[in-house]
Design a protein around this ligand. Structure first.
Ligand SMILES: [Zn+2]
Ligand SMILES: [Zn+2]
Length: 348
């Protein structure tokens, strides 16, 4: 079979590999859709400390069961089942997991990092995934490509739960990539009053705004973003600000534009060599701000994301702007890196 395999930073190859055979606790799937994201580009360029090469990449996975090991079959999995696979796999046993905080499990392992991922014709879903209920049946009426977007939507859902996005909130989303678009859609589904979308890149902002229709699109390279948000909110600021951009400046602006008792989600991480920002602590103090992080998603978030897509509450089909076959996966990463697309899905 054909796979997309990471060998070293800058060295990702499309090559032949033996088709995997499932062990007793495994489920083997025919991958039907695996979406790309900024993380794949980061891995391509810099590698990742959890990846021991060679490793098949891809973590936004949907496919069809072709074979279940004897134990997995006993658990109810059978050929033909349409499934979506979690990316981050919590251990299910530690203190955090037992308290329901699976996104911060210190023993977390991941598809495409510790296990071969979805940029392949076939893939093994390991027992670790099944043990935490991380193999999800795809609801009728949604495609494999849509189901592959459940994983990033699950992360977005975790972020908005932690930032308590709700009815009546004015929400600012900074960064208009696929994650930013999902944040806009989910905030609307949760009853936000107004949603404003910010990006430095005018082209990318327009592309996203045409799809998700924010109440205003603010281009950070043309206007003072903090000023613009205060004007749009009658001087109050935003109830929730979500940064979906790997820039310390965006996080600093996010705190400045928050309303009284506002919540700020540092959804996107910062580059490892530049993790420190300047924070006016008195803004946090006097305005009673809450700053929260967000680290991936739990199995339950993935299930809820599939429900949100299936019910139409958060449509994702139109966010998939590019679909490419497996042997063009490197082109897919290029499209993502250049910011030309919203979501690029590989269909092996
Ligand atoms: Zn991703
Ligand atoms: Zn755990």
């Amino acid at each position: 079979m054909k796979v997309v395999r990471f060998h070293a930073p800058g060295d990702v190859r499309i090559e032949e590999a033996p088709e995997p055979a499932p062990g007793p606790g495994d489920v083997k799937i025919r991958v039907r859709a695996c979406s790309t994201c900024g993380t794949d580009v980061k891995i391509l360029n810099f590698g990742h400390h959890h990846i021991v090469p060679p490793r098949v990449m891809g973590h936004e996975i949907a496919g069809e069961v072709v074979e279940a090991g004897v134990d997995a079959a006993g658990a109810g999995w059978a050929p033909g089942d349409r499934v979506q696979v979690i990316a981050a796999i919590p251990c299910g046993r530690c203190q955090e997991c037992r308290r329901g905080r699976m996104t911060v499990c210190p023993n977390q392992v991941s598809m495409g990092y510790h296990f071969d991922g979805g940029f392949a014709e076939y893939m093994i879903v390991p027992p670790n995934v099944l043990q935490v209920d991380g193999l999800n049946r795809i609801p009728d009426g949604i495609s494999y490509a849509e189901a592959s977007v459940a994983e990033p939507l699950a992360c977005v859902l975790n972020g908005q739960n932690l930032a308590r996005v709700g009815a009546g909130d004015d929400v600012v989303v900074m960064g208009s990539g696929p994650i930013g678009c999902l944040h806009v859609r989910l905030a609307r589904a949760r009853g936000a009053a107004r949603v404003f979308l910010v990006d430095l890149n005018r082209e990318r902002l327009d592309l996203a705004a045409d799809l998700v229709h924010p109440d205003a699109a603010i281009c950070g390279s043309e206007t003072d973003v903090v000023d613009a948000v205060f004007k749009l909110t009658e001087g109050r600021g935003a109830d929730v600000v979500i940064t979906a951009a790997a820039a310390g400046a965006a996080q600093e602006q996010a705190v400045q534009m928050a309303a009284r008792q506002g919540r700020i989600s540092f959804f996107g991480g910062l580059p490892k060599d530049k993790p420190v920002i300047a924070l006016d602590s008195n803004l946090v103090h006097y305005r009673e701000l809450t700053i929260v992080g967000a680290n991936g998603s739990s199995p339950a978030h993935n299930k809820e994301a599939l429900r949100l897509i299936a019910s139409g509450a958060v449509p994702v089909a139109d966010l998939i702007t590019h679909r490419l076959p497996l042997d063009r996966a490197l082109d897919a990463f290029g499209i993502v890196a250049r910011g030309e697309a919203i979501k690029v899905t590989v269909e092996p």
